[in-house]
Design a protein around this ligand. Structure first.
Ligand code: 5GP
Length: 113
């Protein structure tokens, strides 16, 4: 059965997709936690970073470089931004398809809740 992000990938449910390439796609989070809240998702449905394999090394790097590129394109470079990957119940993961959160556009606090 497809995850919700695979359905977005395949155009089966709507989303504000802002980026696509041969390895990943990115869209605006439906429940934004900051003025800019983008999810960068690999086409390959790796459930979570803890289950990524050595063969996914280049893909994982690509996700971070893509997050940085999107941050720059959206004007976040000067004031900064945050990238987050939630893993499992304690990490706050709710969708079992690896995704990088890109958050920006306001001062974020630390530590996270
Ligand atoms: P997680 O909690 O797994 O790290 O992040 C999942 C994120 O996916 C949440 O921030 C949630 O708001 C977002 N999300 C869940 N379902 C949808 C959806 O159907 N469309 C969009 N655009 N975002 C979604």
């Amino acid at each position: 059965m497809k995850t919700i992000f695979e359905k977005i990938r395949d155009g089966e449910i709507p989303a504000d997709v802002i980026y696509r390439d041969e390895q990943c796609f990115a869209f605006r989070d439906i429940s934004p936690q900051a003025p800019v809240h983008i999810l960068i998702v690999p086409n390959k449905p790796i459930p979570r970073v803890g289950e990524a394999e050595p063969g996914d090394q280049a893909l994982l790097g690509h996700l971070l470089l893509t997050a940085a590129k999107i941050a720059s394109d959206l004007g976040l470079s000067e004031n900064g931004f945050r990238v987050v990957i939630n893993n499992g119940p304690h990490g706050g993961e709710t969708v079992p398809h690896l995704h990088v959160h890109l958050l920006g556009g306001r001062q974020l606090t630390w530590p996270p809740g």
